[in-house]
Design a binder for this molecule. Structure first.
Ligand code: BGC
Length: 554
């Protein structure tokens, strides 16, 4: 049997095992809405996840840098040695400003990036984000006063905003549906590696007695932006963006690269027809601007505003898990509660974060998004209540410190294997094409907005001279985690194993609570009767462009 036929048969049999296709209703057409994919194509999708490194490193380096003696001497004000043994310290408002300004920049960057991604393309917007980020890094490295540092972090944050929002969009649009969750989880994995590397670099330089102690960790991030921008120049644009722009010739070319198939393949033609038909179906409602993202009524389960509510709510609750209390302030917090080796313990928490994330590559596709979000939140809440209870009973004992470290690690494990990746995966999947870029941007902006608010308020509720909550702050995070579970159960639909177009249909037909039982029963092509016209369009544009052999455009 020829190899090609054998491959096709195995692809068909794997599709036949697909538990979300209702074979009783439409036996053939629903199977052909996504082309098979080569390893090279998988790797291309996975490369985009590298953007997480930028995001993670940038948000992670500040924790160790803030606790460095050299940083305090450079940017702090004089205090009695009894208050800080370096003789320098910062005001609470300075600490909170330095940490949170990055998220403020990122919030605005993420917001405007949605419009840019629709005008200039997903890839171009991410590359532009890298360039803005580099400018911010240069300013931070050369800053000698707090205002310059703050401006640098604001600009870098702006760039990270582009990257963090549009990268999710790009990956969700190019990744094959069966591994879309896993590929977007790779993005979370890269975030955790970024945070860990930032902690490693901080650990390696914190004992230096010159400004290199903190300038080196700040400067290293330039490299991540360079690698990401360079790599993206070689990757194709999202085919769904070209469909939105009406450029089916470019769409089929991009699709052939991300799937590793030749442009005249039937699979590609069918997949493009489905994307195009779905877009036309959505277009019947008309072109959607920013205001349109809030239309349709919150009780209508497939309305734009409902999806925006789910996306922004999910990202808000991801921040309410309290994870950035750990990653922004862990070194200073561990020092404050009297733990020896605060830098080392902080580094260990970042390693736990990295090692736990790959668990989600499997579980997110095996069990789906909803179970991860619901049970993950419950498990995190339990860990946090245990820490808070032991702390309240006996804050000064070594047992309390031991419990703090162990359960912080368990808590990070549950975050990293559930809410960390799943929140990003779901926002990449729930928005239909006309509002996808803006919806993902709004959701990402919500992440950064709450990230910023938490960055601002945490020092005030934890610091001894203010709220002085200490370990009792975990009562707050435990309660918010319980709210996360309720939110996920009520509102987050199960998107596992569906194409982005099918997710749209599922959300139209069933509620989030019943979404796991929904089965694919029709295609947009069938509904729109559009297949033939799309086929004609693409094949004539391909002919016009004198198709090149596959190897020359990969
Ligand atoms: C969150 C970040 C957090 C990181 C920790 C991400 O998913 O959005 O705010 O710092 O996970 O791994």
């Amino acid at each position: 049997m020829p190899l090609f036929t054998r491959k096709r048969m195995s692809i068909r049999s794997s599709i036949a095992q697909d538990d979300r296709i209702d074979f009783g209703v439409a036996p053939t057409s629903v199977q052909r809405i996504e082309s098979p994919v080569t390893t090279k194509a998988y790797l291309m999708c996975a490369f985009a996840a590298f953007a997480g490194m930028l995001f993670g490193y940038d948000s992670g380096y500040i924790s160790s840098v803030l606790a460095m003696n050299e940083f305090k001497i450079e940017y702090g004000h004089e205090v009695p040695i009894s208050e800080d043994r370096t003789g320098f310290s910062y005001f609470t408002w300075e600490k909170s400003l330095i940490v949170s300004i990055l998220s403020a920049g990122t919030f605005f960057g993420a917001l405007i990036s949605g419009a840019l991604a629709d005008w200039f393309g997903r890839r171009t917007t991410i590359i532009a984000g890298c360039l803005v980020f580099m400018v911010g890094v240069i300013i931070q490295v050369s800053a000698t006063v707090i205002p310059a540092l703050v401006v640098g972090r604001l600009i870098a944050g702006f760039g990270v905003g582009f990257v963090s929002a549009i990268n999710i969009l790009y990956m969700s649009e190019v990744a094959p549906r069966k591994v879309r969750g896993a590929i977007v989880s790779c993005y979370q994995f890269a975030i955790t590696i970024g945070i860990m590397l930032a902690s490693c670099v901080g650990y390696a330089t914190h004992k230096r007695t010159d400004t290199g102690a903190f300038r080196i960790p700040i400067a290293v991030q330039f490299l991540w932006a360079l690698i990401l921008a360079g790599g993206l120049c070689l990757l194709p644009e999202s085919p769904r963006y070209y469909v939105k722009k009406g450029r089916l010739d470019l769409a089929i070319r991009a699709l052939s690269r991300v799937r590793g198939q030749s442009m005249d393949s039937d699979w590609l033609q069918d997949e493009l027809a489905e994307i195009q038909a779905n877009y036309e179906y959505e277009q019947q409602v008309g072109e959607v601007g920013w205001l349109g993202c809030f239309s349709g009524g919150i009780t209508n389960r497939n309305s734009n505003i409902r999806k925006v509510f789910i996306g922004t709510g999910l990202q808000m609750f991801q921040q309410f898990t309290g994870i950035n209390f750990i990653f922004y302030y862990n070194t200073t917090f561990f020092k404050q509660v009297g733990l020896n080796n605060a830098f080392l313990i902080a580094l260990i928490t970042t390693i736990v974060n990295v090692c736990s994330t790959p668990v989600s590559f499997y579980t997110i596709e095996r069990y789906g998004r909803r179970p991860l979000l619901i049970y993950g939140a419950i498990a995190m809440a339990v860990c946090e209540f245990i820490i808070a209870a032991v702390w309240t009973a006996d804050a000064s004992s070594s047992t309390a410190n031991y419990v703090l470290i162990v359960f912080v690690c368990f808590y990070i494990f549950f975050f990293a294997s559930t809410w960390g990746p799943a929140a990003w995966v779901v926002i990449g999947e729930i928005f239909q094409l006309p509002i996808r870029a803006k919806g993902v941007a709004l959701s990402t902006a919500s992440n950064w907005f709450w990230n910023c608010i938490i960055g601002i308020i945490v020092p005030y509720i934890v610091d001894e001279n203010h709220g002085n909550l200490g370990g009792r702050v975990f009562f707050v995070w435990g309660s918010t985690c319980a709210a996360c579970a309720v939110f996920a159960w009520l509102f987050v639909p199960e998107t596992k194993g569906l194409t982005l177009e099918q997710v749209d249909k599922m959300m139209e037909e069933v509620s989030a609570i019943r979404s796991s039982q929904w089965r694919v029963h029709d295609t947009f092509v069938h509904e729109m009767g559009a297949k033939d016209s799309v086929r004609e369009d693409t094949s004539s544009s391909i002919q016009r462009q004198h198709v090149q052999p596959k190897s020359s455009y990969l």
